[in-house]
Design a protein around this ligand. Structure first.
Ligand SMILES: Cc1cc2nc3c(=O)[nH]c(=O)nc-3n(C[C@H](O)[C@H](O)[C@H](O)COP(=O)(O)OP(=O)(O)OC[C@H]3O[C@@H](n4cnc5c(N)ncnc54)[C@H](O)[C@@H]3O)c2cc1C
Length: 486
């Protein structure tokens, strides 16, 4: 932080603020047009709709810094926003209309891509898919992917510490960020883009900003880790009788495939049925029905050595012999692998099309997950007649999306705000009792802030509030999100 914050000059003249902001950002950088702002005022899941004084779209870090100073002077709250694909309402302003939405989408340059250092310096607004394509064009790969890759931005991924389907091997966003540039609440710029493998000069400030959901600073750019491009990949679709068997299969794959195992996702038959009903081009990978399905990805970056096809065959034979599979098929080409992943990536959209639900991205220890799901699913369905509880996702990380679908015919928002909230409370209590987390990857946003306050360890809460107070004493950045009030 600079030593001369401008908060003491607080003013409330909104028109003066808007005039200064327009002068600073120009007509492309600021809009109050309701039609242009409208898509950005509701979150992806449609649970939160807010209002904004304006939407600012700065074109550079310097503009972000000047805008933040201006907002600080006028005490205009800032809601940072990337692709608006977040799942917890973190990028949606409240209904008062007093905040600005600060969109980073115009800052979408890949400043550099160094094939020797295997690093890319990306501005916050670079879309994940664009980064994938850029890395691929240089024979490299950015090793994090998720269903929202067409809209999620680098800044949003960092601010939510996103996970996805490759965490098993490569870690979440925290593991991919080697350096960071951010604008703090007083407009000062934290310049930490230089990537050092070892650096023990005290706190790891970039890690403090990662996962802070826009409450501690505005990410403007990051140095990201790249890995060698894949030479080959095979995706296996397996039908298994139970989640416990899926977990045993995971252990077997970890032992047998070692570092070649990159992803291990699960879904129940019901979820597969929903995707098949929603996506006309999707086809069931296996002929029969199975209680659970596992999606297993094995990869190779090498041109030589044993072929991946041989490894896949060995894996399947070994798994059949051990009784870990009912049926399985391996992708014969890239199109088939893509078709399998399409099913996984379309789960969220299929569920949204089906009707209202309450979603919980939770984690418990990997080894406890089957037992947890077998305990929690019937408990919720019996307590809330007509609901369907499903768990799917990243079994390899001890993280499933535990979703409870509303009984047919209910009114969405009313159900979510009434019984849905009670169900969520119950799920989060169970997860906490099992030593798990109420947010494995989507963050807290406004959706879970009260639950964090209710269930988190008081010392953790005290530390979070102290950090927030130190870096943003007037609460300019993303008020109402993540950090519970004292
Ligand atoms: C179909 C689908 C599948 C998904 N699957 C996964 C998954 O498997 N794993 C997973 O982890 N996520 C998943 N997500 C969630 C989502 O993609 C992530 O939360 C993503 O990281 C958000 O990026 P965004 O740019 O859209 O951020 P936004 O939604 O715009 O913002 C998210 C949060 O970050 C803050 N923020 C955004 N940009 C900045 C910035 N530059 N500086 C400071 N704060 C900022 C916002 O204020 C908000 O709090 C999925 C989303 C969709 C739509």
């Amino acid at each position: 932080m600079t030593d001369t914050p401008a908060f003491d000059q607080a003013a409330t003249d909104r028109s003066a603020f808007l005039a200064e902001a327009e002068t600073l950002l120009g007509p492309r950088g600021l809009t109050r047009d309701p039609e242009l702002m409208e898509p950005w005022l509701t979150d992806w899941r449609g649970r939160f709709t807010g209002a904004a004084l304006a939407m600012a779209s700065p074109a550079s870090t310097a503009e972000v810094a000047e805008l933040v100073k201006l907002c600080a002077r006028h005490r205009v709250p800032i809601v940072p926003q990337g692709g608006n694909s977040g799942m917890c309402g973190g990028a949606t302003p409240d209904k008062s209309g007093s905040a600005i939405v600060l969109s980073l989408r115009r800052m979408n340059a890949i400043r550099s891509l160094d094939t020797d250092a295997r690093q890319a310096v990306c501005e916050a607004g670079v879309i994940l898919q664009t980064l994938h394509e850029a890395a691929e064009a240089h024979g490299l790969r950015f090793p994090l992917t998720l269903g929202g890759k067409g809209s999620a931005t680098v800044g949003g991924l960092i601010s939510t510490n996103a996970g996805g389907t490759q965490v098993l091997r490569h870690g979440s966003m925290r593991a991919q960020v080697l350096g960071l540039e951010a604008v703090l609440a007083d407009g000062s710029i934290y310049r930490g883009l230089t990537a050092l493998k070892k650096d023990n000069r005290g706190f790891d400030l970039k890690q403090l900003l990662i996962g802070s959901e826009g409450t501690l600073g505005i990410v403007t750019a990051a140095t990201l880790r790249l890995v060698p491009a894949l030479r080959d990949r095979i995706t296996i679709w397996a039908g298994v009788p139970s989640l416990a068997t899926a977990r045993a299969l995971l252990l077997y794959c970890q032992d047998a495939a070692g570092a070649a195992l990159e992803g291990f996702e699960v879904m129940p038959q019901l979820t597969l049925d929903d995707v098949l009903a929603h996506v006309p081009t999707a086809r069931a990978p296996l002929a029969g029905r199975h209680e659970w399905h596992a999606l297993i990805e094995i990869v190779s970056e090498r041109d030589s050595g044993p072929s991946l096809a041989e490894l896949a065959e060995e894996l399947l034979t070994g798994a059949f012999e051990r009784g870990l599979l009912e049926d399985a098929t391996a992708s014969a080409n890239e199109a088939q692998a893509e078709a399998f992943w399409l099913i996984r990536d379309e789960i969220a959209a299929a569920e949204r099309a089906k009707g209202p639900a309450v979603q919980h991205d939770i984690s418990v220890a990997v080894e406890k997950m089957p037992e947890f799901v077998d305990y929690a699913v019937p408990l919720i369905e019996q307590a809330w007649p007509g609901t369907q509880a499903v768990a799917f996702g990243h079994l390899g990380d001890g993280n499933v999306h535990f979703h409870v679908i509303a009984p047919p015919g209910v009114e969405g928002l009313a159900w979510q705000e009434g019984p849905g909230k009670q169900i969520s409370g119950q799920v989060y209590e169970m997860v906490t009792q099992w030593g798990g987390s109420i947010s494995a990857e989507h963050g807290i946003g406004q959706l879970k802030r009260d639950e964090l306050a209710r269930l988190a360890d008081p010392v953790s809460l005290q530390m979070m509030r102290a950090v927030k107070q130190a870096l943003d004493p007037v609460g300019l950045l993303n008020p109402g999100k993540l950090v519970p009030l004292a």
